[in-house]
Design a protein around this ligand. Sequence first.
Ligand code: FAD
Length: 839
Amino acid sequence: MSALPSTAKAVIIGAGIVGNSMAYHLAQLGWTNLVQIDKGPLPNPGGSTGHASNFIFPVDHSKEMAALTFDSVAQYKALGVFTECGGIEVARTQERMQELQRRMTSAKSWGIGDVSIVSPAEVKELVPYIDESVIVGGFYTKGVGVVDSLRAGTLMREKAQEMGALTVGANVEVTGMTVDDGRIKTVHTNSGDIDTEYVVIACGVWSPHLAEMAGAKIPLTPAVHQMMDIGPAPRFADAKGDIEFPIVRDMDTNMYERQHGTGLEIGSYAHRPILYDPEDLPSVEEASLSPTEFPFTPDDFEIQLEQSLELMPEIVGDETVGQKYAINGLLSLTPDGMPVLGEAPEVKGLWSVAAVWIKEGPGIGRAVSEWMVLGQSEIDLHASDIARFYDHQKTREHIKQRTAEGFNKTYGIVHPSEQWASNRGVRVSPYYSRQKELGAQFYEAVGWERPQWYGSNESLLAEYGDRVMPRTAEWESRWWSPIINAEHLALRDRAGIVDLTAFAIFDVVGPGALDALQRIALRQMDVNVGKVVYTPVLGENGGFKSDLTIMRLGDEHFRVVTGGAHGMADKKWFADRMPSDGSAVLTDLTSALTTIGIWGPRARDIVSDVTSADLSHAGFGFGTCRRVEMGPLEVLASRISYVGELGWELYVPMEQGARLWDLLWEAATPHDAVPVGIGVYASTGRLEKGYRAYGAELESEFTVVEAGMSPPKVKSADFIGKEAYLRHRDEDPAAILCTLTVDDHKGPDGQLRYMMGGEPIVAKDGSALVDSHGRRSYVTSAGSGPSVGKHLLMSYLPPEQAVVGCELMVDYLGHSYPVSVATVDAQPLFDPKNERILS
Ligand SMILES: Cc1cc2nc3c(=O)[nH]c(=O)nc-3n(C[C@H](O)[C@H](O)[C@H](O)COP(=O)(O)OP(=O)(O)OC[C@H]3O[C@@H](n4cnc5c(N)ncnc54)[C@H](O)[C@@H]3O)c2cc1C
């Protein structure tokens, strides 16, 4: 047993690719007195890293994952453990070819070069042992490669040790953790205890078990991914290295084939989901192979063998080629398919770096280390943040259902708006039964069932005719309805009622509340009681952590309202910044309050019917809130708008919501108002007004100045990110957020096509637009603008292109479409003077 220190700055548990990357990067960033332990022997302690196929395809539709993988490849190359071999994702169907075209656009958006669509004959040239008659084409990425992940880990550990920063303990098992006053205190091992400021759980499939030791949750499940190694194959008899031929991903069968020396590795994501619990995992001593390699279940691989035989008959069909090795290997699956990174909301100092693959391991190691040491990572990690989960999303039932559904989508064609089918109906608003009667098409937002549009509004289609911008192409019509655009027009003509129950809401109360919020929010919070402030929330680098509204309800009472999707991460950000003396306290009211939005030119008339309060513009100004009586209810009404119309958000206790809905509904009917889904609220309405959304336009990589959200004055109070923000105000922005319109939708087959977001904006000659920080222009949000009769795209453009009228192109599914800049900065396209909101 290794002699371990009894105190540490940080204890890193796990010596797979993730733990090793963390040890290296924490040391690189200057932390010393680091201890890394693993219950297994080194260099292969028996985790998933030891049996990975070790290949990396760099193109991903997620910008975050692509950036992390890009950085990882650079790190593997610097360590000398990367072998470039190229890779081809092959298509057996035309639908898949369209998906491969989508991958081309993602590659261009994220700046991944050397990619091309290839014909079956070209695939055959690259991979001579393939039967090209089975496929219709492929997507070739030259930069695909394999790594030696165990060697990489050893090198990273050694570098941290050479820096004098790291003590490594192999064959040391963590048996428990002590938490004191909400902070991690001690790690208990079978080799003694270590008092520590930080713990990093880098335990792959064991991570939930480790988190539990400290009273926290890491929502992932161990899941089987089957892999078989066959060989030696005559074709590879002269193989000199690990790999000489491109890796093939047979996307439509959910499989891959990878030459490995003289053999061929065949991996599958096509079998039934085989999920385990972390406590089912055997110890190193008990395991027949390793703790993460379960005995192979051949029945689950039967169809896959036939499919690989179809594609590679020369190798798989050769009876002289034997089976070398076959496993039910374990990897981690999460309910939404993204990693689980960051400090656990339950325990200070307890960090999760879990559900990470070889391909993104070192990049994530760097990013999470930056987050721990510097408070923020260069690559925005919001989609992987452990704080994103609500409690119900961390239950085993939810994890099991979603991962079972998601497993076969690993290579799936996943539409950007695709909805989960499993474990629905977990959170329903007080209006749910009424909405069902109205034919609501429910989409899910963090468990809430939210109407995206209402079947009852179908009659509006005739009223608005072609103004609903009908779509004919299947891809863009999927998970979409022209009713959304009809609802939009009816809201602008009359009024619409929107269910906003999914908001996350927390109160900050106490004598220290104002100071705390001044420190968190960019905008002035020392405002009159009854003011509503829409404000960016920044990280230290001046990039966005969030954007949200804060109502001042009393001298020492503020209410924070934020989007449901990011609500729990915002809650952690705020809660972590409450004063340590207890002079301000944050209370989560998300499940206590429900919100209805009512907007449109008739909104005042409708609400006036249910209240005697003065709702005139002079009596109830824009950006103010107050309590008003509506029938038997006391309602907090807030006059703001995310759709660009006169109206209010109305807040009541959850159990009174149904009554509020009924009151409004009755008053709204004579005005021909309609129920309006989130399709309008989150997309069409906001895009016409150029309103930004966190996670789309607003990320830590963009500044307030670039987003065009800079208030004329800077408040004198200090706030997080102020120094960076002041600098950004003094500089010329490297990019400027613009709204563009699509000028011609006609695709190669004559159909009109509508972009969906994520596509590259390019110059007229097709060349990429790259700003002075090296960032490429891509569509941050896309959607219909029915009132302006245009399809709208938002994108950050370099200043030279951020000029109204500038003509550019957008690449979409293999074709370029002309676009032009319609507005620059926050200038709305619809009602630019905001007369409607201010009426
Ligand atoms: C068959 C297969 C093929 C794969 N191929 C690829 C691929 O080609 N490309 C790719 O990107 N990904 C691939 N993966 C996924 C990849 O292997 C994993 O995502 C990755 O290895 C996880 O690394 P990790 O460091 O998080 O976990 P691990 O490598 O599992 O390391 C976790 C470590 O924690 C230690 N530990 C656990 N509990 C304790 C405790 N109580 N005390 C001390 N130590 C503890 C374990 O011993 C283990 O060493 C594949 C997975 C499988 C199953």
